[in-house]
Design a protein around this ligand. Structure first.
Ligand code: M6R
Length: 614
């Protein structure tokens, strides 16, 4: 979703802003823009539909000098993607420029009033309303920009991260946040501003995560000031970011997605590091140690998430129920937040999110918290909003995920859920020592087994060619591999734009079987586990209707291998760890189909990496 970058200091702002926008491209966007104040105090605003590179071409003959500026990538919500709707937006008097990530929900009402007062609007956006409102407050109340922003934001309902430039104060950026991410980087006599730390780490590792309902007064040469809307000063906590530049680049891979798929063995090893002791044969999660009573006392777990994280949550349900014998519900955060869910203080909510910024997940967990639940977060982005709202949790430690299609975050989430289930089950006494030890030993072998799967990349790339012209695919799995089927289908559709559905294999005969004919490829996860015989029967049902079977089987399989049209052999593992292995070939399959179709794998159309609006 929208990305924000800002700079104030002694360097030329434009190259820093453009580099920053490129770093935020992964979030998904459809237009870009920049505002700069040059040494003559002139405010220049330039915008273009399309990519950041289109903006760079557009400004090639313009004056983009200046040591202060703000820039933006827009993911359209109010108004189509076009130059007029791209940010920054000007105030009517041409004095202010604003960039915004979020949604101003009561913009219609404010706009109506401003139009009555004579304001003219040039775009269809909710953002332009905000900058005009700030001007209106400045004009009518005769106050400073800081006060005008505070007063304007008090009238606004919705979510925002904003940055405002005032050409009358060319040494200052005002930024503010409510429910949309905003980070300030502190350099030597310079400040950086961004939606996340990625555009900043190249220049400084010292950052401040701006809190909700506060505004930042960023002035060159002065200490940073954080105020709330009532002008009370806050003391910001300066944090150190661990990100390195290498993590933000493709490292020789053609796409971030492929790089991230290949990083999984290392990521999973990192995720388990310090949490599993093979010598002692035990799992130690600090969150479980610190909040043992609260977690062991849970009468129920409710997992809240969206998209791929929701699929990981489904696997979490299987893990927690079978190991800990506690009921688990898995909810789409977007549905949960608008119901009146029954929550008791004995409930533990697990919020799962790669970005830690997903608006629905954040709102759902806040609702659960208000109703008394204890909140456990499983996130990737360190310092993001969700971990800051939770009572405790575990980071997945897989490093920045830049490809829009989530890959390593999924296996990281499943790994943390496995560790959580094991740690709780051990404390509760609901798992035998033999089973506990067996899973711990097998977890140690997972990175190497993932590596083995990745060796089949070329073969999977070849196999994927046959799907390039398919219009529909079905993915089937059972038990722990049913969510993997959902995830495989999601990977394919989001980057190759081919329609795909995931189903529990046995559910197929209750409807989807009507779709099967000789044109329909059916991907079946048929590894050796307790449901193997059942899935063989499901494969027979597809075969009988001439569907084309692509089966994921365990190495040495003879039965399914004979029935299937194409086979991908995988190393054997324990049933509860199957998703960590079976997901990888499906990620590769989705990736290669999209590449064959010539799609923009890392930035698929309409999608955003960090879904900060509902
Ligand atoms: O950052 P989150 O994990 O909260 O994001 C949730 C979904 O938006 C995300 O998983 C989405 O479905 C991905 N594009 C899947 O690849």
């Amino acid at each position: 979703m929208c990305g924000i970058v800002g700079y104030i200091g002694n360097r030329e702002a434009f190259p820093i802003l453009m580099k920053g926008l490129h770093r935020l491209e992964y979030r998904g966007y459809d237009s870009a823009g920049v505002a700069l104040i040059n040494s003559n105090g002139e405010l220049g605003v330039y915008k273009a539909k399309g990519k950041v590179s289109d903006l760079e071409t557009f400004v090639s003959d313009k004056d983009v000098t200046g040591n202060i500026g703000i820039a933006h990538t827009r993911w359209a919500t109010h108004g189509e993607p076009c130059q007029e709707n791209a940010h920054p937006h000007y105030s009517s008097n041409g004095r202010l420029a604003i960039i915004h990530n979020g949604i101003i929900e009561n913009y219609m009402e404010i706009k109506k009033h401003l139009i009555e007062c004579g304001f003219i609007f040039r775009s269809d956006t909710d953002t332009e309303v905000l900058v005009q409102l700030i001007q209106y407050v400045q004009d009518t109340e005769n106050v400073s920009l800081v006060s005008a922003v505070q007063l304007a934001l008090k009238q606004v309902i919705g979510a925002y991260a904003i940055a405002v430039l005032d050409k009358e104060q060319p040494e200052q950026i005002i930024a503010a946040r409510k429910s949309s991410p905003l980070v300030i980087g502190i350099g030597d006599d310079e400040y950086f501003l961004a939606s996340d730390a990625m555009p900043i780490v190249e220049y400084t590792k010292r950052v401040i995560y701006v809190e909700d309902d506060t505004i930042a007064v960023i002035r060159k040469g002065d200490a940073l000031r954080i105020l709330d809307l009532n002008n009370v000063e806050h003391n910001p906590e300066v944090k150190h970011v661990e990100l390195s530049i290498g993590q933000l680049e493709k490292g020789g891979f053609p796409h971030f997605m492929l790089k991230e798929i290949f990083e999984q063995p290392q990521c999973i090893a990192n995720c388990m590091k310090g949490r599993i002791s093979q010598d002692l044969g035990e799992v130690k999660l600090s969150s479980v140690i610190d909040y043992k009573e609260r977690l062991l006392g849970a009468h129920r777990f409710i997992i809240l998430a969206c998209g791929t994280s929701w699929h990981a949550g489904l696997i979490g349900k299987y893990l927690l129920e079978s190991m800990c014998h506690v009921p688990v519900e898995v909810e789409y955060a977007s549905e949960f937040r608008y119901r009146d869910p029954v929550i008791t203080p004995n409930d533990v909510v697990i919020a799962i999110s790669q970005s830690g910024e997903t608006a629905d997940t954040l709102a759902a967990l806040k609702l659960a918290k208000k109703k008394g639940a204890f909140i456990y977060g499983i996130c990737n982005a360190v310092g993001s909003s969700i971990p800051r709202e939770t009572d405790t949790g575990s980071y997945i430690h897989v490093g920045p995920e830049i490809g829009v299609a989530s890959t390593k975050a999924f296996t990281g989430q499943v790994t943390v859920l496995t560790l959580l289930a094991l740690a709780l089950a051990k404390e509760k006494g609901t798992i035998s020592n033999v089973a506990y030890q067996k899973i711990i030993r097998e977890l140690d072998a997972i990175p190497e087994k993932m590596q083995e799967v990745l060796k089949q990349n070329d073969a999977i790339a070849d196999l994927s060619k046959i799907f390039t012209y398919a219009h529909n695919l079905i993915y089937l799995g059972r038990g722990y591999c049913y969510p993997v089927a959902l995830e495989g289908a999601l990977k394919l559709k989001e980057i190759s734009y081919i329609h795909a559905e995931g189903y529990p294999a046995a559910e197929m005969k209750h409807g989807p079987i009507a779709l099967i004919d000789a044109e329909m490829p059916v991907v079946v996860i048929a590894t050796h586990n307790t449901l193997y015989e059942k899935i063989v029967s499901n494969i027979q049902e597809v075969k009988a209707r001439k569907g084309k079977i692509i089966a994921l089987v365990t190495k040495g399989d003879t039965v399914v291998s004979k029935l299937a049209d194409h086979v991908i052999e995988l190393p054997s593992t324990l049933e509860c760890l199957d998703p960590l292995i079976t997901t990888i070939p499906l990620q590769l399959l989705g990736y290669h189909v999209a590449v064959h179709k010539g799609k923009d794998v890392d930035q698929p159309r309409n999608l955003a990496k960090s879904v900060t609006v509902e």
